[in-house]
Design a protein around this ligand. Structure first.
Ligand SMILES: Cc1ncc(COP(=O)(O)O)c(C=O)c1O
Length: 466
């Protein structure tokens, strides 16, 4: 064996302990670590090393070069985008996923247990969300890929309505996409699927300060497009106000009009973990497919999401994703394999961190995380309102708060300067956004570590930056 590899192998125990100690030190100090840094300039070594230096010195080199530039995006005050943290059990599962280095494929074919672990984890998640067992699913990298996967099945369904197998023949029919406030990743998926990102018929939103779909307008547009195959993309939690489409009303429309119904519930799905909020999703069990992210509110490390597709579409899903010319991968028609049901042929054992987290914290643990974040988001919103320099720009429905600086509405330059100052202090990370055309700031709370103290620190930082 190569000398350096042999040396690392001989010292594996010591080297992994060293890595573990570095990781534990980082996680212990995460509350104090900056959530942003001003200057991300990285000095990249120019030449690829001819001779490697082994793991111990590599660890040193990494820490010398990059340690001070790693921001605490899994810490309690990183409220930008929708970024969950990493629970201890999820980290352990993720590490072991690398150690075992499995590629979950089939139940029988690959001769290992990883596909079964994935099936078990999906079943636990379905139970966590109170969904029926007729949903079958798998793990992908994120909600974007989940939307892509589900909409690929939708596309196949649409072709079938006109007697076309789109996976084989290409898109030879006009397909109508109806949606109200889709996430950008759903639009991106339409682009990737050749359905066209601008081929959307926009459904009105409910009157008032709402982002949810007006189902009366949906009914009108379904009637107008009854001669075409229709895909409806609905929101189980919009990005800015976590508004939910009326799932039951959409389910009722399915009895009158044939359409494929996909729900993007990337993080809104977690409302189902709490009896206080699960009504927001009433009726979602009738969807054809659902997208849910795990690296958001499940607090699983990047990258992790699931797609759930009603089992009645299994044949369409297989037509879309099968490897039909690879006998070494088994027979798609008879041997179940994840690689014939999703976009990726090779994947890590992405289910393992979720398996660990669900086993370790159970239904109650996740109910607590969800309810805690919602309570804290509402406290944050109330405190902002009490400080007269801030103004909420949208209702706080769940765990996301959109706000601006009083008197500075529509002034994105002022908001940009606030974000610059926050970046310099490194204590709070939030995102810029626009709600109904008005620029504002947005805080999304999904981290298990966030406490009331963090809310107070955030308010303090915002006052200083404004
Ligand atoms: C509603 C919704 N859908 C999809 C996505 C895309 O998720 P990902 O970045 O995991 O692909 C997000 C991300 O914030 C989201 O909020």
């Amino acid at each position: 064996m190569h000398n350096t590899l042999q040396n690392d192998l001989d010292n594996l125990d010591y080297l992994l302990s060293l890595t573990k100690d570095k990781a534990a030190a980082y996680l212990t100090e995460i509350n104090e670590k900056p959530v942003s840094i001003n200057n991300v300039q990285v000095t990249i070594p120019i030449n690829l090393p001819e001779n490697g230096i082994g793991l111990e010195d590599t660890l040193k080199a990494f820490y010398e070069q990059h340690q001070d530039k790693i921001v605490a995006s899994s810490g309690p005050r990183y409220w930008g985008f929708v970024t969950g943290g990493t629970t201890p059990a999820a980290i352990a599962g993720d590490w072991l996923s690398a150690v075992f280095d499995q590629n979950p494929q089939g139940i029988n074919g690959a001769g290992d247990v990883s596909a079964n672990i994935e099936i078990q984890t999906i079943s636990w998640l379905i139970q966590l969300f109170g969904l029926p067992s007729y949903f079958k699913g798998g793990f992908v990298t994120g909600a974007t890929m989940s939307n892509f996967t589900c909409l690929a099945v939708a596309r196949q369904w649409a072709g079938k309505q006109k007697g076309i197998d789109i996976a084989r023949e290409g898109i030879k029919t006009e397909i109508k996409i109806l949606t109200a406030t889709p996430h950008s990743s759903a639009i991106k998926s339409l682009a990737m699927l050749g359905l066209g990102s601008s081929n959307i018929i926009t459904i009105k939103t409910v009157q008032g300060n709402r982002e949810a779909m007006d189902t009366a307008d949906l009914a009108t547009k379904l009637r107008e497009n009854k001669d075409f195959p229709v895909i409806v993309i609905s929101s189980g939690g919009t990005l800015n106000t976590v508004d939910f489409d009326d799932m039951q009303a959409i389910a009722d429309l399915q009895k009158r009009y044939p359409f494929y119904w996909h729900i993007d519930a990337a993080f809104g799905a977690f409302a189902a973990c709490s009896e206080k909020y699960s009504h927001l999703l009433d009726g979602w069990q009738f969807a054809d497919s659902i997208t849910i992210d795990c690296h958001k509110w499940l607090n699983i490390p990047y990258d992790s999401a699931i797609y759930l597709v009603h089992e009645k579409h299994a044949a369409l899903q297989l037509q879309t994703f099968q490897n039909s010319n690879a006998p070494y991968l088994g027979d798609p028609a008879t041997d179940f394999s994840f690689l014939n049901f999703g976009p990726e042929n090779s994947r890590r054992l992405r289910a393992l961190p979720a398996w660990f987290a669900l086993q370790a914290y159970g239904r109650n643990g996740f109910r607590w995380i969800v309810e805690n974040n919602i309570t804290l988001a509402n406290q944050f919103a109330q405190l902002l309102e009490q400080k007269t320099i801030f103004k909420l720009t949208a209702p706080t429905r769940l765990n996301v708060v959109c706000f601006t600086i009083e008197g500075e509405e529509n002034k994105s330059s002022k908001l940009a300067s606030v974000l610059e100052k926050l970046k310099a202090s490194g204590k709070l990370f939030i995102s810029p956004t626009a709600y109904k055309g008005t620029p504002c700031l947005r805080a999304a709370l999904v981290n298990w570590r966030t406490t009331e103290e963090d809310i107070l620190i955030a308010i303090d930082e915002l006052i200083k930056a404004s």
